[in-house]
Design a protein around this ligand. Structure first.
Ligand SMILES: NC(=O)C1=CN([C@@H]2O[C@H](COP(=O)(O)OP(=O)(O)OC[C@H]3O[C@@H](n4cnc5c(N)ncnc54)[C@H](O)[C@@H]3O)[C@@H](O)[C@H]2O)C=CC1
Ligand SMILES: O=C(O)[C@@H]1CCC=N1
Length: 273
């Protein structure tokens, strides 16, 4: 059980983790989840009402006595955010970063001390306890501190330890990944209209289809290719559909999509120091 978990940054990623932590309460009481942001007090008020957490404007009070301090601002805001808190943070506190592209070394350097840093890459499915979160520990973090961070992210989904140099790749698969599936769903919604399905029916069918396909992969542990072939009758409807995807270079598009994400993550790491 943690005494206090502090969030610096109160955007969509912070909210997703807060929602999971506050619902579960096994690791930290909701009033001991303390959140601040840059200057949007209305947003803090909203989070307080939704989750019963504590929100504060003063940075010193937010980080004081926190076991874990979660950095959840955009990469471009990292340096300024650390500048605001670094004089109040001690070396026995653990920094957990969710920031794409920011290395443990860079974060420790910004603090200017041997601060333990755990770099993570969750996704927004944390909101409902389904995040796939990857974690890696920096030079000054202990195995126990890594385990504490794993426990934190296990309250919002599954946690996987990776090497830090795999984080850009992780971002391109599971960090941004949910957006690829949502984009596919949007396209299917449009397509359903074109083939004459009422939107309210299409929505439920699409959602149950994507959930069912995900569960099939998880529960059966079967290869995606085998599951696909099980649906594809020779000369049937699925074959016609998949041939069109192949003609339209679907696989190449997905591979390029992941590579663009990976390259952008590396660039962001460099752009922000
Ligand atoms: N949204 C997503 O799906 C995922 C996001 N991430 C990472 O999470 C981080 C946050 O992303 P979002 O929540 O989407 O961003 P967002 O724009 O929704 O929220 C950013 C928050 O940081 C706050 N902030 C900015 N400067 C600050 C400062 N100096 N001090 C304190 N707070 C400050 C803002 O007020 C805002 O509350 C990013 O670095 C992103 O790479 C990681 C995994 C998934
Ligand atoms: O788009 C972004 O930069 C962040 C990182 C992973 C998901 N969203």
């Amino acid at each position: 059980m943690f005494k206090k978990v502090a969030f610096i940054g109160a955007g969509s990623m912070a909210e997703a983790i807060i929602a999971g932590l506050a619902k579960d309460e096994s690791l930290v009481k909701r009033e001991n989840i303390v959140v601040t942001n840059k200057l949007n007090e209305d947003r803090l008020e909203e989070l307080h009402h939704k989750y019963g957490i504590t929100t504060l404007v003063g940075k010193a009070a937010v980080v004081r006595d926190a076991d874990i301090i979660v950095l959840s601002m955009k990469p471009k805001d990292l340096a300024e955010a650390v500048e605001d808190i670094k004089n109040f943070v001690q070396e026995d506190q653990v920094i957990v970063s969710v920031i794409a592209g920011a290395s443990c070394e860079r974060i420790a350097n910004l603090f200017g001390k041997k601060i333990p840093v755990i770099r993570t890459m969750p996704n927004t499915s944390a909101m409902i306890g389904y995040s796939a979160t990857a974690l890696s520990k920096g030079e000054y973090a202990t195995e126990k501190q890594l385990q504490d961070a794993i426990a934190l992210f296990e309250t919002v989904g599954s946690a996987f330890v990776v090497k830090e140099d795999e984080m850009h790749a992780v971002t391109s698969i599971s960090g941004s990944g949910p957006a690829y599936f949502y984009f596919m769903v949007e396209a299917m919604q449009e397509a359903a209209g074109k083939v004459g399905l009422r939107p309210e029916i299409a929505q439920d069918l699409i959602v149950q289809t994507i959930v069912g396909a995900g569960q099939m992969l998880k529960v059966t542990e079967e290869d995606a290719g085998v599951l696909r072939k099980n649906i594809t009758s020779p000369g049937g409807t699925t074959q016609a559909a998949l041939e069109t995807l192949a003609t339209e270079n679907f696989q190449e598009a997905v591979i390029k999509c992941v590579e663009s994400c990976y390259n952008r993550s590396r660039e962001m790491g460099k752009e922000n120091g």
